[in-house]
Each structure stands twice: as C-alpha cells, then as structure tokens.
Ligand binder design. Structure first.
Ligand code: ADP
Ligand code: AMP
Length: 215
C-alpha cells in the first residue's frame, strides 16, 4: 500500500509541533519536522547545524538546499511506512515544488494539507511562554500546557528550555517571513483543493480531534 503524505502548515506557534507528535504517534506516521531536525544539528554542532543556526537565530529561512538534503534522506529511509507527516516543510512555493519532485521518485504525492490558523496577537503569547524538552522535544506552555513540576519534562524529568528564537524581535521576523513566503503556499493548496482549515485557537484536544477527523 502507498504511504499517505500529510503536511501540517500554519504560522509559527500555531501548534504544529504539539499536534504533529501526537498525531504521528496515534496514526503510526513517520514525523518529519524540519525545525526539530535542524535544532538537533545545531546541538550536535554539525556543519549543517552551524550554518543553519545563523539563519534560525535571525528568524530567517535556512537555505532550501540544506533542508532538502535532510528531508530526502529521511523519506528514503522510511519508504513503505504507513504514512508521513511533515511539520515545517514545505515552507514556500519552491520547497513545495522540490517536495513534489522527491515524492514523485517514489510514486507518491501530498494527499492533504492541514492548515492550523492562529492570529498574530495570540502567537506572541504562545511563543514567549513556550518551553521545550531538550531530550524528547515535547512542547509545553507555561499557562496553557504546564508541566506537572515546575519547568521539568513530565516524561524525561529534565529541565525544560526556551528556544533561542522565541524572543520578541525574532518572533516578529518569523511572522513576517511566514506572511510573505508561506502564506502564498497556503493559497496555492487552497486553489488546488488540498487544504483542510482548522481553527487553532481552541484547546489542543479540540484541535487534535478535528485533525483526526480529516486524515
Ligand atoms: P509550532 O510548532 O506551530 O510553532 P507549538 O506546537 O510549538 O507551535 O506551540 C506553540 C506554543 O503554543 C507552545 O507553548 C504550546 O504549548 C502552545 N500551544 C499549542 N497548541 C495550543 C492550543 N491549542 N492552545 C493554547 N496553546 C497551545
Ligand atoms: P520551526 O521549528 O518550524 O518553528 O522552525 C524554526 C526555524 O528553523 C525557522 O525559523 C527556520 O529558520 C528553520 N526552518 C525550519 N524549517 C525550515 C524549512 N523548511 N526551510 C527553511 N528553514 C526552516
């Protein structure tokens, strides 16, 4: 059976990472999060990570050729699995063309794009209060999705961290990049009828239920 291909798209802070981890677990999908993969490279201080960090710290997109290499390796290693869930890729129209070409090699194509929509003012509150487990990458919010013990991952029991790019000026830049480069991609998927729009300003449970109803 052909692998199903789903893409999660939305502004930074929409809840893509939160949902992606749960949905991939529940549906047994291979999760490909370019943000997490890039941050792993930054932590390991690989050549890719060192180059990527200078873009990420400024809230800019990392050059597509660097991201593409990681993606291709991941698709190849997991071909034949139940399905793939992409979080954070494609990020603009050119990355979408590239993804199409990569999938075509395996006779696959994007089946559905899930667009989680959250307004800009809610995003600032979400991202300035976001904490992440450095080990398992689980995402918390210090008001809406608190860890059981202060600033400690419920699962790994290690101290949570704040992402380097969750600073006001970088968040502002990431939103600008989203509106100028990613929004046209949303419009494209809308035009070709592949998008399911989901209101992301509800509880994580409600958002999850709606995503599950469309995949
Ligand atoms: P993205 O991957 O789209 O950047 P995250 O999943 O990391 O977004 O979520 C951003 C922040 O918002 C995190 O602190 C997360 O705990 C919180 N969050 C995620 N979904 C919701 C929601 N439905 N309601 C309130 N806060 C949420
Ligand atoms: P995210 O974890 O999706 O919020 O991404 C964090 C940062 O990683 C972004 O601001 C970009 O600098 C970089 N990044 C993640 N995915 C991509 C991508 N597909 N293309 C280019 N840069 C990316």
């Amino acid at each position: 059976m052909k692998s199903k291909i789903y893409v999660l798209i939305g502004p930074p802070g929409a809840g893509k990472g939160t949902q992606a981890k749960n949905i991939a677990n529940l549906k047994d999908f291979v999760l490909i999060s370019t943000g997490d993969l890039l941050r792993e490279n930054v932590e390991r201080k690989t050549e890719l990570g060192m180059t990527a960090k200078s873009y990420m710290d400024k809230g800019e997109l990392v050059p597509t050729d660097l991201v593409a290499r990681m993606i291709k390796a991941n698709i190849k290693a997991n071909i034949g699995k139940n399905g793939f869930l992409f979080d954070g890729f494609p990020r603009d129209l050119s990355q979408n063309t590239l993804l199409g070409e990569m999938l075509k090699e395996f006779d696959l194509e994007v089946d559905k794009v899930i667009y989680i929509n959250v307004k800009d003012d809610a995003i600032y509150e979400r991202l300035t209060n976001r904490r992440v487990c450095p080990k398992c990458k689980r995402v918390y919010h210090m008001k809406y999705n608190r860890p059981k013990h202060d600033e400690e991952c419920d699962d790994c029991k290690v101290s949570l961290i704040t992402r380097d790019d969750d600073k006001l000026d970088v968040i502002k830049k990431r939103l600008e990049v989203y509106h100028s480069l990613t929004q046209p991609l949303v419009d494209h998927f809308e035009k070709i009828g592949k998008i399911s729009r989901i209101d992301g300003e509800r509880t994580p449970r409600e958002v999850e239920a709606e995503i599950l109803s469309v995949i």
